[in-house]
Design a protein around this ligand. Structure first.
Ligand code: HSE
Length: 362
């Protein structure tokens, strides 16, 4: 049996990954060896002592390394294990290696052909994509694969989980902060405007929990995710075009750009898409292509009740569904398509492509 070294299994993405691996009985297919950056020698989840994630020899004893540890660890250890001549498969959730020439961004329902070509060429660094990009391509990748897309604009509504577990908790603490302090006034029948005024004051209160985000997210939104680039884009916005084209293996990149926004959802990223087609494709053909593309896409009719019931973070959270709705031609012209997608950022957005790649290389 192949030996798979698992690093970063305790964090949020790592925990979701292990949960999925147990659910799919993945562990029957290899020997799992657990590593730690801080608790080597202590008992791991299988009852055996944890290996040291900073020990090159222990790492290179593995056939495969599967990591959700984060970019700093990847940047530290990946060059060392490769320099030691290790030829095993490196499967990584972090973005550190994503745009390297020798790395493939894995999203097998979308780019199995790219993965197959890379395996034939002997590549062995397999990196999970940015969650919004992966979720967009699982939803409407069919249109790109058909060669119908001239350009696309994606405006995102990204959940707190994308910023990390601390941020997710902070969003809930902010809600709790409001709840605790507004309860009496609300119970006493204060008006919406009176309460709203207090919310504005509470957001500026020194005790308001804002350590992780730096700002209120509850009763607010944050139209900037990740660092600033000279183009005026945020790094999250830059990833849409860079990563989507790499995933699709496009030699002529399709322009994709928009504004990425953090909203008060917990673990589902949504996006409003404007897709410019290079010819007038009938809506029925577009619907058929999306439905047939992969087993997880769930196309919802452009109907108010069905949309509000099925194309929301509340409807999708915790499932592998990729909901696609609001599909219609826009008043801008017959080559402009509107769509709205929603997917679980921790599942298809992070863990699922990794465990599926692991199964492939095992
Ligand atoms: N960068 C994403 C976000 C999550 O901040 O929501 C990881 O892909």
């Amino acid at each position: 049996m192949k030996k798979v070294g698992i690093v970063g299994w305790r964090g949020m993405v790592g925990s979701v990954l292990l949960e999925r691996m147990h659910a799919e009985k993945d562990f029957a297919h290899f020997d799992a060896v657990y590593f730690s950056t801080s608790q080597a020698g202590e008992k791991g989840p299988d009852g055996k002592p944890l290996k040291n994630a900073q020990n090159v020899k222990d790492l290179t004893d593995m056939d495969i390394i599967l990591t959700c540890q984060g970019g700093d660890w990847t940047k530290e250890m990946h060059p060392q294990v490769r320099a030691a001549g290790w030829k095993g498969h490196w499967i990584d959730a972090a973005s550190a290696l994503r745009m390297d020439k020798s790395a493939v961004i894995i999203l097998d329902p979308v780019n199995q052909a790219v993965i197959d070509r890379a395996r034939n060429d002997g590549l062995n660094d397999w990196i999970g994509g940015n969650c919004t990009v992966s979720l967009m391509l699982l939803g409407v990748g069919a249109l790109f694969k058909q060669g119908w897309v001239e350009w696309a604009s994606s405006h995102t509504y990204q959940a707190a989980s994308g910023a990390g577990a601390k941020n997710m908790l902070e969003l809930l603490k902010q809600m709790q902060f409001f709840g605790d302090r507004l309860r009496d006034g609300m119970n006493a029948g204060q008006s919406a405007l009176e309460i709203e005024k207090q919310v504005g004051v509470l957001m500026k209160d020194a005790a308001f929990p804002r350590e992780a985000f730096g700002h209120p997210l509850a009763a607010n939104l944050l139209p900037w995710i990740d660092s600033a680039l000279p183009s005026g884009q945020s790094r999250e916005e830059w990833k849409a075009e860079a990563e989507a084209n790499k995933i699709l293996g496009n030699t002529r990149p399709i322009p994709i750009d928009g504004t990425c926004v953090r909203v008060g959802a917990l673990r589902c990223h949504s996006q409003a898409l404007t897709i410019k087609l290079n010819k007038d494709i009938p809506l029925a053909e577009i619907e058929a292509a999306i439905k047939a593309d992969n087993a997880w896409v769930r196309l919802v009719e452009n109907d108010k009740e069905k949309t509000l019931k099925g194309v929301t973070p509340a409807a999708v959270s915790g499932s592998l569904d990729i909901a696609v709705g609001r599909l219609r031609k826009m008043s801008l012209g017959p080559t402009f398509v509107n769509a709205f997608t929603c997917g679980d950022q921790l599942l298809w957005g992070a863990a699922e492509p990794l465990r599926r790649m692991l199964r492939q290389v095992v």
